[in-house]
Design a protein around this ligand. Structure first.
Ligand SMILES: [Zn+2]
Length: 360
């Protein structure tokens, strides 16, 4: 081997150290003794005496002054001399990383492999020496496709061809799942949404909307929270003020009605159902009743995420607003009100599952 190819694509020749002297090329070690560091790619290399590493030579026209805090450290800084005569400094991992120096293991994690001699080192508490290598001169390791082994990783650890093949299979499975005839009774499929005082389990419900698969409004009401008096943060989102719920029913008063509605349903669907479920489940006292509800619950957001993974891998956001935009559905009402969000959820679901219901 008398030439190597750098990451930039440039090829540099192997020379011996007398050639380097004749051409006034400088090794990294010489540069560091002059308080200089390279400001460009190496122009040639030689092999270290142990044959394990390369020593790079740099053009003296492309060097800059080294970081001054490396200059006067001689009294306290420790150094070691490598077999080839290069002197390297001991430094902490953080300083090394700030200079772009990493251990072989960390480089491997970034898919780099050092070929140059170490440029610094550190000592572990147990006395073990860890060498740091300059990432700038390390070789980029090929990133192999986990399926076919070709050296051109594209997405999800696969090459483009394997990714697309994989995507086509997943898409076909998804189409079957979405286009299947489910034979549901639209009156027994419910969509619901809650607006809340906050984002956590202990937060209270401020409004509930429930509609059926045909878009018939079953319940649409504000709810007066039993404990919470103010909810400034979520108020900005859904617009429900404490004054608005002053005369609304308490959740407690609505529970018998909600239970009766849910009891008649085969599916209860929400967008991002885990949040809604984690609040609505408290209308039931027993774990058994909660599990019965859980079994009927479906998440429209999960289905939308699956749809875009299969059909629009370019999209990564999956809010209800994103879903409506992606599927080209018009909003009725203002997003973030439970009424508008429930209708939107129904529209997204019915678009994703065109054969969900018994036809008339
Ligand atoms: Zn592949």
């Amino acid at each position: 081997m008398d030439k190597i190819k750098l990451r930039s694509g440039a090829e540099i020749p192997c020379i011996d150290s007398s050639d380097a002297d004749m051409r006034n090329l400088l090794s990294r070690n010489t540069l560091s003794m002059l308080h200089l560091k390279p400001d460009g790619e190496p122009v040639a290399y030689s092999k270290s005496p142990d044959g394990e590493h390369l020593i790079f030579y740099f053009d003296p026209l492309f060097v800059v002054e080294a970081d001054p805090d490396g200059w006067y450290g001689d009294t306290k800084s420790e150094t070691m001399t490598l077999p080839g005569g290069s002197v390297i400094e001991r430094m902490g991992g953080r300083r090394a990383a700030s200079l772009g120096y990493y251990s072989k293991e960390n480089l491997a994690r970034m898919f780099y492999d050092p070929i140059e001699e170490p440029v610094a080192y550190t000592k572990r508490a147990n006395g073990e020496i860890v060498y740091f290598y300059d990432k700038a001169t390390a070789l980029r390791l090929p990133m192999m496709c986990v399926k076919c082994g070709r050296d051109v990783r594209y997405r999800h650890k696969l090459c483009k061809a394997c990714f697309e093949e994989d995507l086509a299979v997943r898409r076909a499975e998804g189409e079957l799942h979405r286009n299947k005839f489910y034979g549901m009774d639209p009156e027994r499929v419910l969509f619901f949404d809650l607006e809340l005082t906050g984002f956590y389990d202990r937060d209270e419900i401020l409004s509930i909307t429930i509609i059926d698969g045909a878009g018939k409004l079953i319940m649409d009401t504000l709810v007066k929270p039993a404990h919470t008096k103010k909810w400034k943060r979520t108020e900005k989102i859904h617009g429900i003020t404490p004054e608005m719920v002053e005369d609304a029913p308490l959740l407690e008063d609505l529970i018998p009605q909600i239970k009766a509605i849910f009891a008649e349903a085969d599916n209860i669907i929400a967008y991002g159902v885990s949040t809604d479920y984690s609040h609505i489940k408290y209308i039931y006292d027993t774990e058994e009743e909660r599990m019965a509800l859980h079994d009927k619950v479906r998440c429209c957001a999960n289905e939308y995420v699956r749809y875009i993974h299969e059909n629009r891998p370019d999209l990564s956001h999956a809010s209800l607003i994103d879903a409506m935009e992606c599927l080209g559905i018009e909003w009725t009402g203002v997003p973030h009100s439970s009424t508008a969000d429930t209708f939107a959820c129904k529209d997204v679901w019915n678009r994703l599952f065109p054969n969900y219901y018994l036809s008339e």
